[in-house]
Design a protein around this ligand. Structure first.
Ligand SMILES: Nc1ncnc2c1ncn2[C@@H]1O[C@H](COP(=O)(O)OP(=O)(O)O)[C@@H](O)[C@H]1O
Ligand SMILES: [Mg+2]
Length: 268
């Protein structure tokens, strides 16, 4: 299991003709392999920027990121990304989507189909391999996106608001699926969400991020993801401990947003 180490990461976007945007300032943390980290914070606090840096899609303007001691210099199949929606190939079948990565990498061709079926079973879509993406509901499409990510057998799974476009009920089911996958695969997962409840329920570690410049404001270690593996989700979310943490974090975010509003009004 590979540990992730982020040291003094800075990201300044150079906006031609405008003011530079300081999207991340002095972001440092260590994340042990196999943990599930939630990133929560108001829009514009740099969550997507941080994920893109971890994926290797973006090079930070300062600092370093290492995985298992190796510096991240670009995308690699050991770090997989699941997007909110729309990142599947609509004109391909479910199975073709899932085996896309391994086919590109020219891995064991004979094993593709069997592996795809296995992954479809894992994400609860057994028998759907021949369906086209446009034939599936939003929730099913996100299951395919998860399976496609798992097909590359990454060490780290990065998810940018993967459940953001789903209805409430589907979203709850998908949260449970993510917990099960986490338990069964032992992979490191980093998940961006706008929902305090989701961040608390899924994160065995949780960062609350703040904007301007984007930074980590609070770093929690939480018991709920572990408890969620054996306990009913609704019951867990109703527990006094869960509600108290939820209030605490909502207060932090409200204060942050008021501060942002205040600053904006002052500038007008
Ligand atoms: N390519 C870019 N060029 C300039 N500014 C950017 C770019 N991408 C993001 N930003 C800015 O950086 C900040 C952080 O953005 P982002 O990482 O998308 O935040 P989040 O995902 O938390 O909403 C925002 O102010 C955003 O406008
Ligand atoms: Mg974002």
């Amino acid at each position: 299991m590979k540990d992730l180490s982020v040291t003094n990461v800075e990201m300044v976007y150079d906006v031609s003709g405008g003011t530079d945007v300081h999207a991340l300032s002095n972001v440092s943390f260590d994340l042990a392999g196999g943990r599930l980290l939630s990133l929560l914070g108001p829009s514009g606090c740099g969550k997507t920027t941080l994920l893109n840096i971890l994926a290797g899609f973006l090079a930070p303007t300062g600092g370093t990121v290492t995985l298992g001691g190796d510096i991240i210099t670009g995308p690699d199949k050991n770090r997989g990304m699941v997007f909110q929606q729309g990142a599947l190939f609509e004109w391909l079948t479910v199975e073709q989507n899932i085996t896309f990565g391994p086919r590109m990498n020219h891995d064991d061709k004979a094993g593709f189909s069997a592996r795809a079926n296995e992954l479809l079973e894992i994400v609860g879509l057994g028998g759907f391999g021949d369906k086209r993406i446009y034939e599936l509901s939003g929730g099913m499409q996100q299951r395919v996106a998860l399976a496609r990510c798992l097909a590359n057998d990454p060490d780290v799974i990065l998810m940018d608001e993967p459940l953001g476009a789903l209805d409430a009920l589907t979203r709850e089911k998908m949260q449970s699926l993510i917990l099960e996958l986490w338990k069964e695969t032992g992979k490191t997962i980093i998940l961006v969400t706008h929902s305090v409840e989701e961040a608390l329920y899924l994160g065995d570690r949780l960062f609350v991020m703040a904007p301007r410049p984007g930074r980590i404001e609070e770093d929690y270690s939480l018991p709920f993801a572990e408890q969620g593996l054996t306990m009913d989700a609704r019951e867990l979310k109703r527990s006094p401990e869960f509600r108290q943490k939820s209030e605490e974090i909502l207060n932090i975010i409200w204060e942050m947003e008021e501060e942002i509003m205040g600053r904006t009004e002052g500038a007008l």
